[in-house]
Design a protein around this ligand. Structure first.
Ligand code: ATP
Ligand code: ATP
Ligand code: MG
Ligand code: MG
Lengths: 269, 269
């Protein structure tokens, strides 16, 4: 069985892509096969692992997968490393939302492609765009779990309730098994009292939801947080994950631990 | 005459709101009257200056201004401080894009409201949402200048060409006087070689555009950059600008200098 995780937050610049790529790489380093599906018209995850090298123009992308029923998941998979693959995006994905809107099963395209696809991967990580549109809905319909990257800032808290509301709606109407696994704190500065307060707020909130029937009744804040580390911002410019670029950097240590946590959770489940 | 500046970047979480609010406050501290117009359905600028206090339910918002020709600019202005006012947003602004789409002059609503409005303000700062939709287009149609807040990161550079392309199109089709004033570096870590390289990239690019007929042929990177400073992330939770919250903090010093630069540019022009 495969664990499908949607990396979701409608706020921009919170660490979705950085977490998708480096968590995937951390899981791959444990010898577990991982697939990244880049659902973002900005194609940052694709840029991050592949760099700016000449792409094979015949390489099918996530749009072919979503829009053309002739394409299967395995047609669109490109190898990054021994245990790491990607279904790439490209920057005209923006037109996809319009084209998807015209299809009868527009929310379910990704779910169907994954269900019909081969199960060689143990983990599938979905990098979502910063929006609650059709691409994100496809991710939520296809996923078992949602991870929410965010900064421990006051303004970042403001978007969380809308996010949870969307997850709840998808669970109700489309995907009953969908649950929020938890929050990944990104670009974290654990020294400041402000971030401590925001983390405490989040944890109190999740605690208070434990006995409810919501999609987030078993959600938690993942520890340790991912510290701010310039190496994480540099490695995309070399088309490398943090483990290829600077494997002893704090950013690598933090994503390594998150990867171990995620794999251990999965093995226990 | 009034200087209308659109604080624009389709990428999320780059510092648009933090810059709109604190640059406006810095200009106000020089005794120059400033109006913030909050164009973002997240209403973060509104939250930032007003906090979570009970809003006057009869307070007209930017939606009334955009959708209802019966509302004039002065009807929607709320005082924040002696020299600082705001036209607030509210979180159902999301419906506005759909309603705006139905109007004949949907890109021009804000421009008309400002042109028809009183000229008591010397500066009007427009806080844009992280999108290139109708709200941002209204800002670009109404503005004389665009300021681009961004982080000096590799992935942040990827969105700049699309942004400039949009500004160019608006200049061509709707607003011939529109120009890019420059980039405000936010959450800046000047110590790292990565950010130095990204800044050098940006400056080289702007230099190369000096003799072109583009909307950005006189654009520059504003110095000094705005350093990362947790106080800037804290003050929104108290409904305060950085000058009310921590006026000797590095964040206050940086926005104070930016405010002096902007006012001096204006006085020389
Ligand atoms: N822990 C970290 N330390 C330093 N820089 C980071 C860290 N995490 C992310 N960044 C940088 O912050 C910026 C935003 O991160 P990222 O692109 O992962 O966010 P995102 O949520 O995917 O953004 P978008 O909404 O645009 O897709 C990028 O320039 C990235 O390199
Ligand atoms: N110089 C800074 N130092 C520390 N934190 C900052 C700084 N500038 C902005 N922030 C914080 O970073 C986050 C994003 O900033 P901000 O909300 O201003 O970006 P934005 O571009 O307006 O985002 P959006 O696209 O969601 O409107 C906020 O939590 C803010 O408090
Ligand atoms: Mg991303
Ligand atoms: Mg904002």
């Amino acid at each position: 069985p495969v664990r499908v995780i949607a990396m979701m937050n409608q706020k921009g610049g919170v660490g979705k892509t950085t977490t998708t790529v480096n968590l995937a790489a951390a899981i791959a380093r444990q010898g577990r096969k991982v697939l990244i599906i880049d659902l973002d018209p900005q194609a940052h995850a694709t840029l991050h692992v592949a760099g700016e090298r000449e792409d094979d123009p015949d390489q099918p992308t996530v749009y072919d997968l979503l829009l053309d029923s002739d394409f299967e998941l395995s047609d669109c998979v490109r190898q990054v490393d021994e245990f790491l693959d990607i279904v790439p995006a490209e920057t005209d994905l923006a037109a996809v939302e319009t084209e998807l809107a015209g299809l009868g099963d527009r929310n379910q395209r990704l779910a169907r492609a994954i269900a019909a696809g081969s199960t060689e991967h143990e983990f599938i990580l979905l990098d979502c765009p910063p929006a609650l549109g059709l691409l994100t809905l496809n991710a939520l319909a296809a996923a078992q779990e949602v991870m929410i990257p965010m900064q421990a800032h006051f303004l970042a808290l403001q978007g969380v309730s809308k996010l949870l509301e969307t997850v709840g709606l998808v669970r109700e109407q489309i995907n009953p098994r969908l649950r929020v696994a938890g929050v990944v704190l990104c670009m974290h500065d654990s020294q400041t009292s402000h971030s401590k307060e925001v983390v405490a707020d989040l944890e109190r909130f999740f605690e208070s939801q434990r006995n409810t029937a919501t999609a987030w009744n078993s959600a938690r804040v993942y520890h340790p947080a991912i510290r701010r580390n310039i190496k994480l911002a540099e490695c995309p410019s070399f088309g490398q994950t943090i483990f290829q670029y600077a494997m002893w950097a704090p950013g690598a240590m933090d994503y390594k631990k998150l990867g171990e946590t995620i794999v251990a959770e999965w093995d226990r489940a």
